[in-house]
Design a protein around this ligand. Structure first.
Ligand SMILES: O=c1ccn([C@@H]2O[C@H](COP(=O)(O)OP(=O)(O)O[C@H]3O[C@H](CS(=O)(=O)O)[C@@H](O)[C@H](O)[C@H]3O)[C@@H](O)[C@H]2O)c(=O)[nH]1
Length: 482
């Protein structure tokens, strides 16, 4: 344990950080940034070499649209009326549909009978290449995933490969697919990634804020009735010493009362990017009549959904590393390989958690019950609260049942966050709309542990300890020696 503690400390020193990331010009997977900049129509030059995207705007029709009988008849104003006269949205664009939540959601929506198009620039896969990380589970290319889905179910998913920060690309995708709803997962979603160095902080905010702004402009310009379902985060609220409401709080101040956006206290450049998004969305709902739902999601765990389990080519990614892995998933991998569970600091950090099967359910519920024009709706999307210590205790108990010797180590906290605090967040709106939660049970933890044990030979234990320090972030771009 002492050795682990000291190694975690040394991993957060600037000297060891130097050895963490590879220089981009030495990275065999790097694209040519100069070409990428020249070919982009975006007025915003992409400034950072890790911010490289496919060189050209590419619209890939992975499969033909073959379900015209089920497709809604679109009015010229882009209304949601379908051929049956109801107002159920039918055509859903999933931005970020190749990622952890996005892929599972795309398959779920397709299975539920929606016409789905995935928009993705595949940059999440590129981050792994840059940082030398990999999913616990082997994952197929997006093209093979979609082909496999079509061959198993007969259902087509359209694919648009490109960067939503390039408005020309996004416009073409919008005009071609004509979505009734857009689910926006297409953001850099790791807090540690956003805290690696200045360039990653800037990339995260530029990518996330401009991407969302472009989606708002695309809706206004091409599909004004389209419902935006935006993935926000519970981290927008921080950890205030009062109950957290769903988006808004009614305050009486100096004898006057108003219902106002709940105060935001995000604690990473990533979480802050979502705060900025929320403000932009709220403003455009008011100013242009956009209809939007902000899903303030908690920490997601798990990997299997009924659809991803249909074939190994449909398997989802599962991150366990210190940059993209999230608490419970990481603990299950750590237990499987005999690594002490990495509780940061005192371990009293409490967050809302949910099973990935509930992520896909919540998104579908939001789509099926759209916000009204001009409405900015906020749902807190999680099902249960746990502290990090509670999660560690649950994994220890479940591991013991499987004969694993699970230890816990207190790692010096690489983040700046409250380690003991009050936390009580409301989360009733999705339940009221019909969410049936999958709570974290012994049997689920068993199955998650069995899953991580199955793939344990793929674990790179060097990726487990945290290596990004909130306090040591600086302007020098972090690079890796080979
Ligand atoms: O090995 C670990 C990993 C995490 N933590 C602690 O667990 C808590 C949650 O950390 P996390 O890495 O599981 O999640 P977080 O960085 O907050 O981000 C994740 O969960 C967010 C929801 S929330 O946490 O803001 O509610 C999403 O927005 C993000 O996209 C997703 O990556 C933090 O207090 C962290 O310090 C540990 O103690 N040990």
């Amino acid at each position: 344990m002492a050795q682990l503690l000291s190694s975690s400390c040394s991993l957060t020193t600037s000297s060891s950080n130097k050895a963490y990331l590879k220089p981009f010009n030495q990275c065999s997977t790097a694209f040519s940034i100069s070409v990428a900049c020249k070919t982009s129509r975006s007025p915003f030059r992409r400034l950072f070499s890790h911010d490289q995207k496919p060189k050209r705007r590419t619209v890939v029709r992975a499969t033909a649209i073959s379900t015209s009988q089920e497709a809604p008849s679109q009015t010229s104003s882009g209304s949601l009326e379908n051929s049956g006269g109801s107002s159920k949205p039918q055509r859903v664009m999933v931005i970020g549909g190749d990622g952890y939540c996005g892929w599972a959601t795309s398959l779920h929506l397709s299975n539920m009978g929606y016409e789905v198009a995935i928009v993705d620039n595949l940059v999440r896969r590129h981050f792994d290449h840059q940082l030398g990380l990999d999913s616990l589970t082997p994952i197929s290319s997006i093209h093979n995933r979609i082909r496999c889905w079509k061959s198993l179910t007969g259902k087509s998913i359209e694919l648009y490969i490109g960067d939503i920060c390039d408005f020309g690309f996004l416009s073409e995708a919008f005009q071609s697919f004509e979505p009734d709803a857009v689910v926006h997962f297409g953001e850099q979603r790791s807090a540690p990634y956003s805290m690696i160095d200045r360039s990653r902080a800037v990339f995260t905010q530029q990518n996330n804020v401009i991407g969302t702004l472009n989606v708002l402009f695309a809706i206004k310009e091409f599909r004004e009735q389209c419902h935006l379902v935006k993935l926000g985060t519970m981290g927008e609220y921080g950890t205030p010493n009062i109950d957290i409401e769903e988006g808004y709080i009614t305050i009486t101040h100096n004898g006057r009362t108003d219902t106002l956006p709940y105060p935001k206290q995000a604690s990473s450049f990533y979480h802050l990017s979502k705060v900025h998004d929320s403000h932009n969305i709220a403003f455009t709902c008011k100013a242009w009549g956009i209809r939007a739902t902000d899903l303030n999601q908690g920490v997601v765990y798990g990997v299997k959904t009924p659809e991803t389990e249909m074939h190994e080519e449909l398997h989802n990614r599962f991150d366990y590393d210190g940059v993209f892995g999230t608490a419970l998933n990481r603990f299950c991998v750590q237990a499987a390989v005999g690594h002490p569970l990495t509780v940061y600091g005192k371990g009293g950090q409490t967050r809302g958690y949910l099973d990935i099967r509930d992520t896909v359910q919540c998104v579908e519920i939001a789509i099926a019950n759209p916000a009204k024009p001009g409405e900015f709706r906020v749902f807190n999307q999680f099902t249960e609260q746990f502290s990090v210590n509670e999660l560690a205790a649950l994994v220890t108990k479940a591991g013991k049942k499987l004969g694993l010797d699970v230890q816990t180590v207190s790692v010096p906290n690489p983040r700046v966050e409250a380690e003991e605090h009050y936390y009580n967040a409301k989360h009733t709106k999705l339940i009221e709309l019909g969410l049936k939660p999958h709570l974290l049970s012994d049997s689920l933890l068993d199955s998650l542990l069995h899953f991580t044990i199955k793939y344990k030979d793929r674990v790179d234990t060097k990726q487990i300890m945290p290596s990004v320090s909130w306090k040591k972030i600086g302007v020098k771009t972090k690079t890796v020696t080979a």
